[in-house]
Design a protein around this ligand. Structure first.
Ligand code: IVH
Length: 668
């Protein structure tokens, strides 16, 4: 009986490998499912414990988000090389340290996903960690186990016996073409879509519920053997052969190169062919093949000297503008948005691009019907790079910016000092919807399950007139909304209740005060320590804080003067930050890259709020301000970077993608 079960497990593992790793299934899905059912039956009937490496044990393992498990050796990031000259410079540095010994290089694809480490003891997967801050990772074992290309048990043969301890590292990713499917489902469930396959992979691995991960089409490529006991390998390519023998999935396009000239040819080939690969690749990685040479070269605090990455240029594509719509933001600002003929770009279907403001449309002479070049670099949202005026037929239409709010018909307000055009009707339902969605968002009070679709329903059914009304919603009221079953209702009300624990800075961000984002909110709370104290302050008292200018001070003071009843309502429903003091920013650990420099953070960063990013910068001795000026050293541009990005380009301020920022932090 025992041998039957074990044979069946082996057979299923074999077919899992054929399907998920070799991409050459030998049996039909139905036949595979039948084998699985048979195994489940046998395991149910057996008195023995089910081993953790049984193919039936993929879902249900533990995940400890927020845990800090030390990596055996730091998970470093890679230095970036830009252009052929820098690639050759990398080679010169290597040659200098190795005193002109012959060097072999390996070129591989840089997969744009989430770096993880997997630990095997006696061939059995015992732990999976995220990269975390490079020193410590989070235990996401239960989620990584659900990925069918992650072996729960390794293959051991006489020629290639599995070592007692083995740690590998690799990249978890979602195939590009499946991102749209996931986003359709997310939007139907009222959740915001993932902007790119990498965010989708990260979001799927960093979740508390392994059932969610199991439903996502995650895959993995193992790119290094990081630690092993009882096995000697001389080269990286030899290690990859061993790893494939143990049953790991390694990328098939890894190639040994004779010289950096050949690496450059490899790079150019993939610049041409990158769209053909079914997963997102953002460049190539070049590695010194010989392991003893790698050891001799060693690493800096952030990256190994024996490897570098060489990124591909930004993705570009051409499409046309079908219409221009005007959206009303949470502070009443009217933002024109180009509705595009849907087009694929960097693994996602793009249908919209912001046009920022009325002036931008005029300056660039953007017209409805125009053919445009859409570009997307790294994590930055797509932007219109160029208008192809030579493609005009004469049928293009000049856009008339509206004089009334498209939602409530109130005449718009134009100001002398700002490019923004506003709807000033405080009761405008479009604004209210945006304010509530913002209040619930990750950078604010983080109310899971309160996405745009649910907010629409709450406002359209008159259940909420302001954010404080969320806390007095009743089960019966929410339960009768469309698509809100008892489970979702319970969960939503639970999450709303839980949001009462949020910090004062988060609440301040959530209130949608003009000019108050995460950075300003932190600075204000660091100074005033409570919302009550801040709400009593006049503009002069706020303006004395370093980094807070008169515009912000005026905006904050005016907000509190006009919204006293809302603040009293929030206090009355029991938000914790009204009764607890703010904790000051922690002690500084100087870092030469950050120290003494001024940063601005804009857009949303994968896996990190802007507040966290600011805390990290400040903790390394950097300064964070809210607007881009001549004094700004770096702009960190996440998804959705808009006017600050343009300002930085205009002033020649260096722009860091989220990825480059994480590399400097030592977190990727
Ligand atoms: S090797 C010491 N190889 O890129 C660093 N990394 O910025 C060793 N990545 O965190 C990394 N594809 O998660 C390596 N073929 C590849 C890779 C790869 C993607 C990721 C990895 C790393 C990041 C570096």
């Amino acid at each position: 009986m025992k041998t039957d079960i074990n044979k069946l497990r082996e057979l299923i593992r074999y077919h899992e490998r054929k399907y998920y790793i070799d991409d050459q299934p030998e049996i039909t899905d139905a036949a595979f499912d039948a084998l699985m059912r048979q195994l489940e039956e046998l395991e149910k009937a057996s008195a023995d414990d089910i081993p953790s490496d049984s193919p039936t044990q993929r879902v249900g393992g533990g995940v400890a988000l927020g845990s800090r498990i030390p990596h055996r050796s730091p998970m470093l990031s890679l230095d970036n090389t830009f252009g052929k000259d820098e690639l050759l410079d990398f080679g010169k540095r290597v040659q200098r340290i190795l005193e002109d010994e012959p060097v072999e290089y390996v070129a591989e694809l840089k997969i744009d996903g989430l770096g993880v480490s997997l630990l095997y003891e006696n061939g059995v997967l015992v732990r999976g960690l995220t990269r975390g801050d490079g020193e410590f990772g989070e235990d996401v074992s239960g989620n990584l186990r659900t990925i069918r290309a992650v072996p729960l048990r390794l293959i051991s043969t006489d020629d290639n016996p599995v070592p007692p301890v083995l740690e590998v590292r690799g990249e978890v990713f979602i195939p590009k073409h499946l991102l749209d499917d996931i986003n359709v489902q997310r939007e139907a469930a009222g959740e915001s879509p993932f902007a790119n396959p990498r965010n989708a992979a990260a979001g799927s691995v960093r979740t508390q519920n392994s059932n969610v991960t199991a439903k996502r089409p995650l895959d993995i490529f193992i790119y290094s053997l990081n630690y092993v006991e009882g096995l000697e390998v001389q080269t990286h390519t030899e290690a990859l052969v061993k790893l494939k023998g143990f049953g790991f999935k390694c990328n098939p396009y890894t190639e040994l190169q004779n010289s950096l000239e050949d690496v450059f040819i490899y790079y150019n080939q993939w610049v041409e062919k990158r769209e053909e690969i079914p997963y997102e690749v953002d460049g190539i990685v070049v590695k010194v093949n010989d392991i003893s040479q790698q050891r001799e070269l060693g690493s800096t605090a952030k990256s190994p000297r024996w490897a570098t990455s060489y990124k591909f240029p930004a993705h570009q594509t051409i499409t046309t503008i079908e219409k221009i719509e005007v959206q009303v933001g949470r502070t009443g600002v009217l933002t024109p948005v180009a509705i595009l003929k849907p087009v694929k770009l960097a693994g996602a279907t793009i249908t919209h691009a912001t046009l920022h403001n009325e002036q931008e449309i005029r300056n660039k002479d953007i017209r409805i019907g125009d053919t445009i070049v859409l570009e997307r670099a790294g994590d930055v949202i797509p932007k219109i790079n160029d208008v192809l005026k030579e493609k005009r037929t004469g049928d293009e239409i000049v856009f008339q910016f509206p004089d009334v709010c498209p939602t409530c018909d109130t005449p718009v307000q134009r100001s002398e000092t700002e490019v923004a055009v506003r709807c000033v009707n405080a009761g405008c339902s479009a604004q209210l919807k945006r304010r509530i969605a913002h209040y619930a968002s990750r950078n604010s009070l983080e109310i899971e399950g309160l996405g745009p679709a649910t907010v629409n329903q709450l406002v359209n059914n008159d259940l909420v007139q302001d954010v404080a009304d969320l806390y007095t919603l009743k089960v019966e009221e929410v339960g009768k909304l469309e698509r809100m079953g008892p489970g979702l209702t319970h969960n939503l009300l639970h999450q709303i209740e839980h949001s009462k624990q949020a910090s004062a800075a988060k609440l301040l961000v959530g209130l949608s005060i003009f000019h108050v984002g995460e950075t300003v909110a932190e600075v204000l709370m660091d100074h005033f320590l409570s919302i009550d104290a801040l709400s009593q302050a006049n503009a002069e008292a706020i303006e004395v804080i370093p980094g807070i200018g008169p515009q912000i001070a005026e905006s904050v003071a005016t907000f509190f003067a006009q919204n006293r009843p809302l603040i009293e309502k929030l206090k009355a429903v029991g938000l914790k930050c009204f009764t607890e003091e703010v904790v000051k920013t922690p002690q500084v650990l100087e870092d030469p890259f950050f120290s003494g420099k001024t940063f601005v953070v804009t857009g949303s960063l994968p896996d990190m709020t802007r507040t966290e990013a600011s805390t990290q910068i400040k903790a390394r001795g950097g300064k964070v301000t809210s607007s881009v000026t001549g004094k700004t050293d770096y702009l960190i541009a996440g998804e959705g970077a808009g006017s600050k990005y343009d300002k930085a380009v205009e002033l020649g301020v260096e722009i860091l993608t989220a990825e480059a920022f994480f590399e400097h932090l030592g977190e990727n």
